[in-house]
Design a protein around this ligand. Structure first.
Ligand SMILES: CCCCCCCCCCCCCCCCCC(=O)SCCNC(=O)CCNC(=O)[C@H](O)C(C)(C)COP(=O)(O)OP(=O)(O)OC[C@H]1O[C@@H](n2cnc3c(N)ncnc32)[C@H](O)[C@@H]1OP(=O)(O)O
Ligand SMILES: NC(=O)C1=CN([C@@H]2O[C@H](COP(=O)(O)OP(=O)(O)OC[C@H]3O[C@@H](n4cnc5c(N)ncnc54)[C@H](OP(=O)(O)O)[C@@H]3O)[C@@H](O)[C@H]2O)C=CC1
Length: 542
């Protein structure tokens, strides 16, 4: 708690500061009696509602609950039909996923505990049928709200609809639940990325959500698009803006519900559970690793003095389940911040590349990280645009449709959206997380481990890259020799191309002019003298 604020404590142990922030202190001083149930014991016999269960983090949450809390009574998951697939089809596909292999081994009937509820979160009442509302009201004990749009370029209206209005509606539903013990909301560490130091507090919202919702209601999409930059102001995108509003909306319910907020940073592949390297999407670092591994991404802007706040998905989920247990038992509002007690350097992220090559790379993987805008632009021109132009030219000449420039334009758009996060540094306070860790029994500390200080970053990043290869691109590890062979072919093409380029430059520019020849001989003799000098000095030192 910062000393300069004058604060008064409310009934829930949540303190209201004069600057409008709310923070917790009781949590930090809270102690857990020996008689308190372990995490798995707590979830035994409980009915859990999960939104976003078909998403990246939601799936890991479902899997971990089923595996490590086998006595959990039922998992109600809100799912919508999508891309021509019914809700049932989607859920049965999800359960066939490799992620669930370990649960399947332990309990082949695990799917019986999963109860899908049809819901479209952008619809009034979340489009849940009255019968389902009744069912949920009667039995749910804990809610985990993971669903959100995480796209950085989402139009404001849609981001507001899903990240804020749907959260409000879910909170209304939560009020009807007779046996609710905890409501856990997944936010993001970057909800307040317009600040350099982020505390475990809910900051005042950039605008009163109710007013914004009312005003956007009558505006057409064009007007909303025009005013979006003014509204989001010093935040980089509609995602972080609406997640900040959602935190405020959740906080408004602090007196009536037991609320926990988790703020993960950049969530990456799993570290250990259910197996290392599990990942299923192109978001954030995954897309970067893939683009770099395919030899498409050769340069990216990141601040090497900063650290990458990457956190494995299994760590976030362990923390989330522990927070659910703690929030329910202590009946306190709590705020959790991101997890990086140990933080990863950008250079470690950048180093992984060619060890487990991807198939059919465009060029040899060799991505550079630079913090300098101009150097980055130079490499974009030389290493991205120029090869793309040549490749497209070859495609055109062979009667095919050019495509490389289009791919690079998409890549530049995506990387441009990530740069805000890779070229800055934030400081987060994570006392609540350390406190929570101290409250776990030794057994829970193993089963629901979220202490990333034990994480070996280079090994984790290597597993992460293997994970993107196996689970995102569906490439076979047995094809690695062929991928290496392909890279050797690309290297030979590069040598041949460079040699031809030198010969071309010589023939066109140097061989034709006396002055150019003189300059050329001068540069070559200078290089030769330097080489001789270094050879002589190294012989001397030996
Ligand atoms: C130099 C090396 C080493 C350095 C490494 C380190 C890098 C770290 C980077 C820093 C990350 C910072 C993340 C910020 C963290 C905020 C955390 C959060 O709270 S929130 C969490 C963070 N949130 C985010 O990260 C969201 C960020 N993403 C977005 O906002 C959008 O995806 C977009 C605007 C970037 C592109 O939109 P758009 O152009 O409309 O494209 P769509 O998305 O619609 O995809 C279309 C299709 O393409 C597919 N595909 C996609 N990518 C790739 C790829 N790289 N390749 C191949 N394919 C790819 C995709 O599967 C899809 O296929 P299909 O389904 O159609 O078959
Ligand atoms: N991934 C990351 O790096 C980080 C994520 N977070 C937060 O974690 C949470 C989960 O993120 P993540 O799992 O990565 O996101 P995903 O995009 O993988 O999953 C989003 C989930 O929300 C559901 N959803 C989206 N729109 C709707 C809708 N209209 N109706 C019903 N369901 C909908 C999706 O369902 P469907 O399958 O039907 O589309 C999906 O299950 C989010 O709240 C995010 O803000 C925070 C920090 C970092």
């Amino acid at each position: 708690m910062s000393t300069e604020l004058s604060e008064s404590q409310d009934l829930n142990g949540l303190e209201q500061a004069t600057d409008g922030t709310s923070r917790l202190t009781d949590i930090c001083s809270g102690t857990v009696g020996n008689s308190m149930a372990s995490i798995a014991e707590y979830y035994a016999g409980k009915s859990v509602l999960i939104t976003g269960a078909t998403g990246f983090m939601g799936k890991v949450l479902v899997e971990k609950l089923l595996r490590s809390c086998p006595e959990v009574k039922a998992l109600y998951i809100l799912v919508r039909p999508k891309a021509g697939q019914s809700m049932q089809q989607r859920v049965s596909d999800m359960m066939k996923c490799k992620l669930f292999d370990r649960v399947r081994e332990d309990n082949p009937d695990f799917y019986q505990k999963i109860i899908p509820i049809s819901s479209e979160l952008t619809q009034p009442g979340l489009a849940i049928s009255p019968e389902d509302v009744e069912k949920l009201s009667a039995c749910i004990n804990i809610v985990f709200h993971c669903a959100a749009t995480i796209r950085f370029d989402e139009p404001l209206k849609h981001a507001l609809q899903l990240n804020v209005i749907a959260t409000q509606q879910l909170l209304s539903l939560a009020h009807q639940m007779h046996h609710l013990e905890a409501f856990i909301h997944i936010s993001t560490a970057y909800a307040n990325c317009n600040r350099k130091h982020i505390d475990e507090v809910i900051y005042p919202p950039p605008v009163e959500p109710k007013k914004l919702i009312e005003s956007l209601e009558w505006m057409d999409d064009g007007i909303v698009r025009d005013i979006t930059p003014r509204l989001i102001s010093d935040r980089p995108n509609t995602y972080t803006y609406t997640k900040a509003l959602a935190e405020y909306v959740v906080q408004q319910e602090q007196h009536r519900l037991n609320i926990g907020i988790i703020r993960p940073s950049i969530v990456g592949a799993s570290w250990q559970e259910p197996f290392p390297g599990w990942i299923d999407n192109f978001n954030g670092p995954s897309g970067v690793f893939i683009a770099a591994g395919k030899g498409i991404l050769r340069t990216m802007r990141a601040n090497n003095d900063a650290v990458a706040d990457l956190i494995p998905v299994d760590v976030v989920i362990n923390l989330t389940l522990a927070a659910g247990w703690y929030t329910a038992v202590h009946r306190l509002v709590n705020g959790k911040t991101p997890g990086s007690l140990s933080r990863c350097e950008w250079l470690i992220l950048g180093r992984e590349g060619g060890r487990n090559p991807l198939e059919q790379a465009f060029r040899r993987p060799n991505a550079n990280i630079t913090s300098n805008y101009l150097i980055n632009q130079y490499w974009i021109l030389v290493s991205h645009k120029f090869p793309a132009l040549i490749y497209d030219l070859i495609l055109r000449l062979t009667g095919q449709k050019p495509q490389m420039m289009r791919i690079f334009n998409r890549l530049h758009k995506a990387i441009g959206l990530l740069e805000y996060f890779s070229s800055q540094d934030w400081e987060w306070n994570s006392e609540n997380m350390s406190m929570l860790m101290s409250q776990l029994t030794p057994e829970d500390r193993k089963t629901f481990n979220f202490d990333v200080r034990q994480l070996n970053w280079p090994e984790y990043i290597e597993n992460y890259c293997i994970g993107t290869k196996k689970y995102v691109l569906n490439e076979d590890m047995s094809d690695i020799p062929a991928a290496r062979q392909h890279l050797r072919k690309l290297r030979n093409i590069r040598y041949t191309f460079n040699t031809l380029l030198v010969v071309f430059i010589w023939r066109v520019f140097i061989a034709r002019s006396q002055m150019a020849r003189n300059i050329w001989y001068f540069v070559v003799s200078l290089c030769f003298k330097f080489l001789s000098y270094f050879r002589a000095s190294s012989t001397l030192t030996n």
